[in-house]
Design a protein around this ligand. Structure first.
Ligand SMILES: [Zn+2]
Length: 143
């Protein structure tokens, strides 16, 4: 599917350009999971993980839609949700897959210990690009 190939190339460019901001956010909230919205220019808008957990994610739908509306108002184009897996890989958890199924064709980015990967639900789980991280970026150093 040619379109998917083009989309994956674009997604990988996006992941590359957003990597340093997403990693900074991951490190800032470690050991909890970071969550936020990613814009097409590679900028990140952090959201609050209300679960304050290393293994769980909870964001109010109201705050998400407020953040998206604010970004659009600022002339930004939100294109993906991102979150971190501080202690596991960039593969989606069962809960992540459930969440993706509620938003088909939306791009979900996961920052894992192995790298950063894009995922989407479209009649099944699709891998939408991935970048690996240099060794020094894989694990968060405790301060
Ligand atoms: Zn997850």
């Amino acid at each position: 599917m040619e379109n998917l190939t083009l989309f994956i190339a674009a997604a990988e460019t996006l992941l590359e350009s957003a990597a340093s901001e997403m990693l900074a956010h991951r490190d800032e909230v470690y050991p909890n999971e970071a969550v936020g919205v990613l814009c097409d220019d590679g900028s990140c808008y952090p959201l609050i993980n209300q679960a304050r957990s290393a293994h769980q994610l909870e964001v109010s739908a109201f705050l998400v839609s407020e953040a998206i509306a604010m970004l659009v108002e600022r002339g930004k184009s939100p294109v993906a949700f991102y979150h971190s897996h501080p202690t596991s890989s960039s593969g989606p958890s069962a809960r992540d897959v459930e969440m993706m199924q509620t938003k088909p064709q939306a791009l979900f980015v996961i920052i894992g210990q192995d790298g950063i990967a894009g995922w989407m639900w479209d009649d099944g789980l699709e891998s939408v690009g991935a970048i690996s991280l240099p060794d020094r970026e894989r694990n968060v150093e405790p301060n």
